[in-house]
Design a protein around this ligand. Structure first.
Ligand SMILES: [Zn+2]
Ligand SMILES: [Zn+2]
Length: 170
């Protein structure tokens, strides 16, 4: 571990830089769950959200970390780095949990593997939408997926604030 101590015996460098953004894979999330306790020891708790997320900060470099539950891993907690944010903003909407993003993307991927969607030459019937409707459908891909989500036929996108480097594709 790259941790130096200065003459007063205080830590002068931290471990934050050695952690990359979590890849959305089962292995990486399981690995991070294991590391979480030792990461957390070096962080200060900033606040807790009503939704059960915790915001932590590194004492040395001030990097923010969020602690969330990984529901598909038995609800175990894990920490991941998040961008700077004001506390009230974070309280209103904590960051999206990468474990939730992973599960969401996986179920969408399965859906698209089973259902090959191609465009027709007609416009989507939703007002002001400029996309073409899907073949044998009146809706474009985005609006069709949204309607399946609304009726519970596909999972809803995870709650929370999306952040770099993640994107949520449907
Ligand atoms: Zn740090
Ligand atoms: Zn549309």
């Amino acid at each position: 571990m790259d941790t130096r101590t200065d003459y007063s015996g205080q830590q002068t460098s931290c471990f934050c830089a050695k952690y990359q953004p979590l890849e959305l894979s089962r292995e990486q999330i399981a690995e991070r769950i294991k590391e979480t306790r030792s990461i957390q020891r070096r962080l200060d708790l900033k606040c807790k959200s009503t939704k059960g997320h915790h915001l932590f900060q590194c004492r040395l470099c001030k990097q923010l970390w969020q602690l969330s539950s990984a529901w598909n891993w038995g609800g175990q907690d894990y920490l991941f780095k998040v961008p700077d944010i004001e506390i009230p903003e974070w309280m209103e909407s904590p960051y999206m949990s990468p474990a939730d993003m992973m599960i969401y993307s996986a179920s969408m991927k399965i859906y698209f593997e089973k259902n090959r969607l191609s465009d027709s030459n007609n416009l989507c019937k939703i007002e002001n939408c400029v996309q073409n409707a899907l073949l044998n459908n009146v809706l474009c891909k985005v609006h069709f997926i949204e309607s399946l989500q609304k009726f519970g036929l596909l999972p809803q996108p995870p709650a929370g604030r999306l952040f770099d480097p993640y994107t949520l594709s449907i």
